[in-house]
Design a protein around this ligand. Sequence first.
Ligand code: HEM
Length: 141
Amino acid sequence: MYEWIKALHVIAVISWMAGMLYLPRLFVYHCEAEAGSQQSETFKVMERRLLKAIINPAMIVTWLAGLYLVWAGRWYWSPWFHVKLLLVLVLSAVHGFFARWVKAFAIDRNPHSRKFYRIINEVPTALMIFIVILVIVKPFS
Ligand code: HEM
């Protein structure tokens, strides 16, 4: 059972990360589109669908499967897990900000510059690298 749930966890993680890496790219392109233009309206649909159909459900499955693994594997006192949990909470907060910006773009009230989204684009990548190293290498066991 543990291995099956771990497979589900990894599948959900891949889906979550695919969306978290792509959405800020859409924000970068969306900044260049004029409000009200056909292009801008297309980006709105793409962003909303990516968030609602992929990113949100994938995050929920990742969390549920991950918490099962913590419980079944009795990882709760392992230091690597504590650091991973911290990083995953940061990733979930970034997810929350992305959802907020999708809503802002939807009403043509984007609060940030193209450069801002280009920088933010790197945050999920950096978090993913550290999270995967923690769970595979388990450096502090
Ligand atoms: C959302 C909260 C999360 C929790 C509670 C959680 C917890 C866990 C636990 C307990 C394991 C089992 C470790 C083992 O059996 O050795 C695991 C496996 C794994 N997790 Fe997560 N995880 C979460 C999110 C993530 C994220 C965001 C990523 C990647 C960006 C990730 C990547 C992985 C990978 C690749 C494995 C498989 C490791 C292996 O087979 O050795 N997890 N996770």
